[in-house]
Each structure stands twice: as structure tokens, then as C-alpha cells.
Design a protein around this ligand. Structure first.
Ligand code: AMP
Length: 214
């Protein structure tokens, strides 16, 4: 199964992708995570992407298409993939169609995780992850059971993303509406698009996604 999770920043795509991975035996491909790893490693791609990401803009189509094309050659993707944060432009979506066709694969479904803008700013500016295991938390909506200690692994170091601040978030939302939202009619026209209400509880969204994918 190859699935695209489409939705605004902070809409819960990453959280849901992690929950679906185990259930369906597929891998999550987050271009945001891959780019952050490239920035951290100081690679050529990372050097090109850093300032653009910090400004809340989209990195060039060529860079992300290249990353995804290479990643899809790895064996763990053969069972299926959840694309999280990719594609983000119509050009990326068209490239993905071509890449998958070349590899004898195809997209099965695209799900829009729909969340109103006013909810997203609060969600994004309060979120952080465990530096050891990557579990996600939030200052208000999802605190660890014991203050400062990760529920999953006991880690005590937490990370906040450099681009999760109020100014950058509004730029990321503008990029979403201008450049990514046109993917909704693109996939609807292909008969692939489904919608879930991403403003609901995390567990309820997962339940609806599982229903769609089963
Ligand atoms: P995300 O973790 O998906 O919110 O992505 C963080 C940032 O990485 C975005 O604001 C963009 O600067 C960049 N990025 C991630 N995925 C893409 C993509 N498919 N196309 C262009 N830029 C991307």
C-alpha cells in the first residue's frame, strides 16, 4: 500500500504516519525529517535547505524529488510507503507518479488530514519531541506523565524544531495554501482523494484512517 498523507503543518500527519506504520507494515517517508537529518549532517543538500527551511519556505522540487527517488530504491519501501510532507507541489506530485511508475508501483490512496488554520498555530508552537526516542509531546495537549521525563523511554532531553515558532508557522501555512492545496483537486481528479477531520482526538483520527485503508 502506498499512501500520501496531505495536510497543513501541525495537522498531525507525522503522528498518524507513525501509528499506521506498524499496523500496515509500511514505512513513513517524511521529507521534513530527511531534510532535517541532511541539515544536521552538514551535507550538500543540508547546506542548500537550511536557510529555506528556517524561513518557512519550500526547498526546491529537484532536491526533494531526488531524495524520494533514491529512498524508494531501498528494500524496506517495497511493502509500501506513507508519504508524509511529500509531495508539496503539483510538480512534485507529477514527478512522484513518474517515479512510482518507473519502479512498477503506484499510489493507492491520498488522505487529506483537514485542520482549520487557527488550531495549527497552537499545536505547532507547543510541540516537542524526546531527543532519545522521538516520541512527540505538547506543552498543553500532550504532556508526559512525569514532568520532564519521556513516557516511552525515560529520556530527559527534549527537542523543539527551529521552524516551530509563530512567525515561521504563518509562512509555512501560506506556503501550504498557495503551493500544496492545489494537490487536493489534482488527486481528487484521479479519484484517489479521501478526507479525515484532523481536528478530532489523535485516536479518533487514527481510527478513521484505518477504516479508509482497510
Ligand atoms: P515538515 O517537517 O514536513 O513540516 O517540513 C519542514 C520543512 O522542510 C518545510 O517547511 C520545508 O521547508 C521543507 N520541506 C519538507 N518537505 C518538503 C517538500 N516536499 N517540498 C519542499 N520543501 C519541503
Amino acid at each position: 500500500m502506498n499512501l500520501v498523507l496531505l495536510g497543513p503543518p501541525g495537522g498531525g500527519k507525522g503522528t498518524q504516519a507513525k501509528r499506521l506504520m506498524e499496523k500496515f507494515g509500511v514505512v513513513q517517508l517524511s521529507t521534513g525529517d530527511m531534510l532535517r537529518a541532511a541539515v544536521a549532517s552538514g551535507s550538500e543538500v543540508g547546506l542548500k535547505a537550511k536557510a529555506v527551511m528556517e524561513a518557512g519556505q519550500l526547498v526546491t522540487d529537484d532536491i526533494v524529488i531526488g531524495i524520494i527517488d533514491q529512498r524508494l530504491d531501498q528494500a524496506d519501501t517495497k511493502n509500501g510507503v506513507i508519504f508524509d510532507g511529500f509531495p508539496r507541489t503539483v510538480a512534485q506530485a507529477q514527478a512522484l507518479d513518474g517515479i512510482l511508475a518507473d519502479k512498477g508501483r503506484k499510489l493507492d490512496v491520498v488522505v487529506e488530514v483537514r485542520v482549520p488554520d487557527q488550531l495549527l498555530i497552537d499545536r505547532i508552537t507547543g510541540r516537542y519531541t524526546c531527543g532519545k526516542c522521538g516520541s512527540g509531546y505538547h506543552d498543553i495537549f500532550q504532556k508526559p506523565k512525569k514532568d520532564g521525563v519521556c513516557d516511552s523511554c525515560g529520556g530527559t532531553d527534549f527537542i523543539r524544531r527551529a521552524d516551530d515558532n509563530v512567525e515561521t508557522v504563518s509562512k509555512r501555512l501560506t506556503a501550504y495554501h498557495d503551493q500544496t492545496a492545489p494537490l487536493l483537486p489534482y488527486y481528487d481528479g484521479k479519484g484517489l482523494l479521501k478526507v479525515v477531520d484532523g481536528a478530532q482526538d489523535i485516536a479518533k483520527v487514527t481510527e478513521e484512517l484505518i477504516e479508509i485503508l482497510s
